[in-house]
Structures are given as structure tokens and as C-alpha cells.
Design a binder for this molecule. Structure first.
Ligand code: PSU
Ligand code: MN
Length: 306
């Protein structure tokens, strides 16, 4: 596939890795610009890339810088994304055209990152949590664009499930309807991001990176159109205290409602609420799990090339 080089630039290290058949893992940038507080976000962005390297793969963080999609970023570009004063737009797939046309900066969500990674030929992607069906969606229709993109994008995404700020049961149902493969990594439970067990189950389970790679390779062989989600729970020891979690969640949902927060602002608002209201305990869980996911995605990508 030929890509217009004035619109999309693949970092030389990523290009070389792909040309030589080395493992590459895509990373999203919304988590940097809109999911984690500054200045910690820039440090975490570098740590996540290191976790991919520790797992034996080359990281390709994806974002839009000055109206150009970048697959693989320089430290300066990570800095721009993490700076609250750089006017970075949250970019889902539908926002790609307008943000490129504007010449501005954009942080890509799971949706836009999956699309770009697939376009660039990258098969593995690690993130913290997917977007999903919001609570009250039966009235608001608020369902993340992540789900429909994952329904049509053959990529393997390692994540810790979805956050309990969402309607987890409805999200699990939509993943099924949309034909998105879900496998638990070492678990039969659908992970709940801050908590290891969301209370819902997964339809498939793998226990090794070779088994996860086999699912991805067989999906490719049969050209199933949708994504494979490898759902890895945070360890029991690292998860957020249940009582704290439930209290902060209830208060955050009530506050979002009171402030009439809607649309793409809902997720960043609730993430920030969790971080401030738990005294950053949720932040530590978030950082721990994203690094674990990045490393696992790299190991699966390595296993897939054997
Ligand atoms: N869930 C998280 N952390 C995040 C996000 C989701 O636990 O940072 C980000 C991801 O980039 C995801 C996006 O793709 O939020 C979904 O936003 P929305 O619900 O507006 O589609
Ligand atoms: Mn939404």
C-alpha cells in the first residue's frame, strides 16, 4: 500500500524493523495528552516505549504533529504531546481528516491508532483500556468509536479491559455483536482496568504468548475483519482498593452528570477525577498496567514471527 509521505511518516527505526521482520508494537497517544497528568505523562510515555523494548520489540507511538501522522516519535514530539499548552486535539478515526487539514497536533485514541497502525502494516498494539459503551448509553447513544473501528481493523490489541466508568456488561455484549475477538490472558474474567475482575467473563482464554500469537496468526490466515483483544488483568496485589474504587466512581459519575459533561470530554474528565480523588493511587495502577501490557504485546509480537 502506498502512503502519501506528506501525510504519514514512519520513523526510520520503525521502518527498518518492519523491513527486516522485527517485532513492532504500536502505542496510542491520547493516554499521553488526555489520560495522564503533566508532567508525569511524558515520563510514562518514555517508560511505555522502554517496556516494549524490554519485551523485544520496537515501539511505534502514533500521533499527529503539525498536521502529519507520525508512526514512531522523537523525544521532542513526546514532549509536545505531553504539554497541556500545545493544543493537542483528541483524535478518533473520524477526526483524522480535519486535524490533518488543520495542520495542528493530535493525540490518537485506540480507534485512530488502530487505523493508522494497520495502514502502516503494524499488527500489534498495546494500550491501557479500550473505550466502550458509556453508562446511560440507552439514552445518550454514547459508545466509543473504538468499538466500531476495532470491528473492521485486523490488529491485536493488548489492554486491561475497559474501565468501570463505562457500562462494562454492555461493552462486552457490543464486542460480541461487532465480531471482535476477546481472549483473556491467564484469566477467564474480563478485566476491569483498575480491578482485575470486572464481574464479566471472557469467551476465550490463553495462558502463553505463543497461544496469543497463534490466535492472531490464525485470525490473519482466515482474514477475519476485526481485532483480537488480549485482555490482561492487573495483578491482585496492584489493583485499586475496592471500596475506594466504588466510592470514587460513584462520586465521579454524579459530578460528570452535575457538570453536564458530554461527548469526548467524558472519558478525560472521569480519568482525571479518579487520579485526583484517589490521591494518584489510580494513576499508579494505570502506569503499572500499561507498562505490563506494552511488554506483553511485545512478547506476543515476537512469538508471532517465529
Ligand atoms: N480508557 C482509559 N484510558 C484512556 C482512554 C480510555 O482507561 O486514556 C482513551 C483511549 O485513547 C481511548 C479513548 O481510545 O480514551 C476513548 O475515548 P472515547 O470514550 O471518547 O471514545
Ligand atoms: Mn463518546
Amino acid at each position: 500500500m502506498s502512503i502519501d509521505p506528506s501525510r504519514l511518516v514512519i520513523h526510520p527505526e520503525v521502518k527498518l524493523a518492519m523491513a527486516t521482520g522485527d517485532a513492532v508494537v504500536a502505542l496510542e497517544s491520547t493516554i499521553i495528552s488526555h489520560g495522564l497528568p503533566s508532567p508525569r505523562n511524558v515520563k510514562v510515555a518514555a517508560e511505555i516505549e522502554q517496556s516494549v523494548r524490554d519485551g523485544g520489540a520496537v515501539p511505534a507511538t502514533i500521533a499527529i504533529i503539525n498536521g502529519v501522522v507520525r508512526v514512531g516519535l522523537s523525544p521532542d514530539e513526546l514532549q509536545i504531546l505531553g504539554d497541556p499548552n500545545s493544543n493537542v486535539v483528541k483524535v478518533s478515526t473520524r477526526d483524522l481528516g480535519p486535524v490533518l487539514a488543520s495542520g495542528g497536533h493530535g493525540a490518537t485514541t485506540v480507534s485512530a491508532t488502530s487505523h493508522i497502525a494497520h495502514l502502516a502494516g503494524i499488527k500489534f498494539f498495546a494500550t491501557g483500556g479500550l473505550g466502550g459503551v458509556h453508562r446511560g448509553a440507552q439514552d445518550t447513544y454514547d459508545e466509543s468509536g473504538d468499538l466500531v473501528t476495532l470491528a473492521r481493523t485486523p490488529i491485536t490489541v493488548t489492554c486491561a479491559g475497559v474501565k468501570s466508568i463505562l457500562d462494562v456488561g454492555a461493552t462486552v455484549e457490543r464486542l460480541e455483536t461487532l465480531g471482535i475477538t476477546v481472549v483473556g490472558f491467564g484469566t477467564d474474567k474480563f478485566p476491569g482496568f483498575y480491578r482485575a475482575d470486572s464481574g464479566f467473563t471472557v469467551p476465550w482464554r490463553v495462558d502463553t504468548v505463543e497461544q496469543a500469537a497463534a490466535v492472531a496468526l490464525n485470525r490473519d490466515a482466515i482474514k477475519a475483519p476485526g481485532a483480537v483483544i488480549v485482555a490482561k488483568p492487573v495483578s491482585d496485589a496492584d489493583q485499586l482498593d475496592l471500596e475506594l474504587h466504588d466510592r470514587v466512581l460513584a462520586e465521579g459519575l454524579a459530578e460528570a452528570d452535575r457538570l453536564h459533561i458530554t461527548g469526548k470530554e467524558v472519558t478525560p474528565f472521569l480519568l482525571d477525577w479518579f487520579h485526583t480523588q484517589t490521591n494518584n493511587q489510580s494513576l499508579e495502577v494505570n502506569v503499572t498496567l500499561i507498562n505490563a501490557n506494552a511488554r506483553l504485546a511485545a512478547e506476543i509480537a515476537v512469538a508471532a514471527k517465529k
